[in-house]
Design a protein around this ligand. Sequence first.
Ligand code: PXP
Length: 238
Amino acid sequence: MARVSINVDHVATVRQARLAAEPDPVAAAFLAELAGAQGIVVHLREDRRHIQDRDVEILRRTVKTKLNLEMAATDEMVQIALKIKPDVVTLVPEKRQELTTEGGLDVVLHEERLGEVMKSLHEGGIAVSLFVNPDPRHIKTAHRLEADYVEIHTGGFAESTTFSRRQDEYERIETACRLAQKLGLGVHAGHGVDYRNVLWLRNITEIEEFSIGHSVMARAVLVGIERAVREMIDLVNG
Ligand code: PXP
């Protein structure tokens, strides 16, 4: 049975659209946990376009499952993580212009810098996950870096528009997940996972945890957070 972690960034996006106090991602996280989510994920971006420092501080005190802080490998973010002490930090690439995280981290190119950042986080008692494309070279580098987890980027699969492309992408993810598990890495997966494509991805038994935001929040607008989360958990677990 795979765990489902819920990303509540979109709730903060709605709040920031009016620079208001509501809706509060802290309340959304609470409801997601009530519905059975086994983790809460937030991405504190350099430009603070959705999640704010205050959200992460309060979530640290209120999340009862597991708080996963997505962040770029910058000095500022490392300082924040060491202060807040989330259960897991997921390191992601970050570009100012992007609508959402566009690709996996180039762990091969940035191996040295990532090694420094991971050392600081590990010394602070924080587990580290690296968000990577389903590429064996990147999985092996993550292992060499002594990452605790890899989060396999499922965006290429989710966005593929033909059956054969989707099948190819699925196989890449499956191979990457198998390799990661064989190397002893914890295996997470995320990006673009929705109520349809999860029916494929749930067959990859190496995936221990899905990190899901957009599809669940989009459904939650119409049916409520608890129902949206429950429906996803039911699908993930067949
Ligand atoms: N995992 C990572 C590393 C992400 O950056 C995101 C997007 O914030 C997600 C998972 C969730 O993706 P989605 O919102 O498409 O479900």
